[in-house]
Design a protein around this ligand. Structure first.
Ligand SMILES: *Cc1c(COP(=O)(O)O)cnc(C)c1O
Length: 402
């Protein structure tokens, strides 16, 4: 952290985030843990949370783990007025030996740092924050649900707290993390989710903030999401521009699998052009697919050995999906993200003008593999789950909390 010189010539010391200063104040009574299977995503409060504050003069406070409870903030706080809120989404599960494990958590810390920088919020020491989050998980270990498909979701959050309605960067901040036990994200996950393709409302655009996990990227999607739900679709397939280019599927990254003339499979996903969130599951999917493609005999993925795999990160239009579906070569589409890992997309409602160009109607794009995960989505699910659980130590992605 920079130390601007003071009038007396001495460097002014701004305290860095220091995990060795962490204190733990335990709750006097612990809450009963609800039965797995009864969870409503994101609503269960555990016993403790992690919290620390940043002051522009003194720097980071000592981090604290303390009983879960409300924050007290000035009503003029920058985050309430100008949405200086950034967050992360991670999961802890119990590894094969019962130790909690995280999946590529350093990547979440790096992404939180980049989101903070985009919102002109103060930087923090990534390793120190991760050390504190691990301590929180150890403190809340009894909340990690055992059943397959369940986990302890972790929500690190950084908010701007300068108490002034002046338009400008927040000099003060609060960084906290809460955890909440979760089951499978979509109740229908064994089948798949339906998407309504929308380009009337645009989620993210070139030069915008879609590449960061900022709270302000999500709320403008709530109203269109209600419209899609009223039409019978689970989520929105966000498009941009005349060419109806795909950006995201709800708050997930999007993949399409196409059958090639030569018998192989092409997996297409939109590129990281700033309109798309650089998902860690997206990256893991690409790493695994490319490793598999480079050496089919290594059997990295459980796919037929005679199916060559080709990966394309490129602009992808929903019109192409419609053409492939018509030609019978659109094998499957799936979404990726920490909340779902991999989820099948069972159909995509594409809004198309009628013959006379006036009336618009929704035409469904369906998948050759049917409603559930197709062969590639299933192979990804199996491999990613094994890596997450630390059963398969692919590139050391599973990180133990100790
Ligand atoms: C968090 C998020 C994702 C998925 O990112 P992961 O790191 O894979 O969990 C994808 N799209 C959006 C818009 C997101 O917010």
């Amino acid at each position: 952290m920079t130390s601007p010189p003071q009038a007396n010539g001495k460097a002014h010391h701004i305290a860095p985030l220091d995990a060795s200063l962490l204190t733990i104040q335990r709750a006097e009574t612990l809450k009963p843990i609800p039965e797995p299977g009864t969870y409503i995503f994101g609503s269960i409060k555990t016993d403790h949370m992690l919290i620390m504050t940043f002051d522009p003069i003194v720097g980071w406070s000592a981090p604290q783990i303390k009983p879960y409870g409300p924050l007290s903030l000035d009503p003029s706080s920058n985050c309430f007025q100008y949405c200086t809120n950034v967050f992360e989404g991670m999961k802890a599960i119990l590894g094969p030996d019962g130790t909690p494990v995280l999946f590529r958590p350093e990547d979440n810390m790096r992404r939180l740092q980049s989101s903070a920088a985009r919102m002109a919020l103060p930087p923090f020491d990534e390793a120190a924050l991760l050390a504190c989050i691990k301590k929180l998980i150890m403190t809340e270990e009894r909340w990690i649900p055992a059943p397959a498909g369940h986990s302890l979701y972790i929500r690190p959050t950084l908010i701007g707290t300068t108490p002034s309605i002046k338009v400008g960067a927040s000099k003060h901040a609060t960084l906290y993390a809460l955890v909440t036990p979760v089951g499978p994200y979509f109740a229908t996950a064994t089948a798949g989710v339906s998407l309504l393709a929308v380009n009337e409302h645009v989620r993210s655009w070139p030069g915008g903030t879609g590449g960061f996990k900022l709270g302000l990227n999500y709320s403008p999607g709530f109203m269109p999401q209600q419209t899609a739900a009223a039409l019978g679709y689970d989520q929105i397939l966000w498009l941009i521009g005349e060419n109806k280019l795909i950006t995201e599927a709800g708050a997930m990254n999007f993949f399409a699998v196409v059958e090639r003339d030569d018998g192989g499979l092409t997996i297409v996903t939109p590129p990281l052009d700033g309109t798309i969130l650089p998902g860690i599951v997206r990256d893991s999917t690409l790493v695994l697919l490319r490793a598999h493609a480079a050496d089919t005999s290594a059997k990295i993925l459980n796919l037929p050995a005679d199916k060559a795999v080709y990966v394309e990160e490129r602009a992808l239009s929903v019109n192409e999906l419609a053409e492939w579906a018509k030609a019978g070569t659109l094998l499957e589409c799936f979404g990726t993200g920490t909340a779902v890992l991999v989820v099948a997309i069972e159909r995509i409602g594409d809004v198309v003008p009628d013959a006379d160009g006036k009336v618009k109607k929704v035409r469904n794009i369906e998948m050759k593999a049917g409603k559930g995960l197709g062969p590639v989505g299933q192979a990804m699910w199996d491999k990613l789950l094994a890596s997450k659980e630390g059963r398969d130590d692919f590139r050391g992605w599973a990180v133990r909390c100790e």
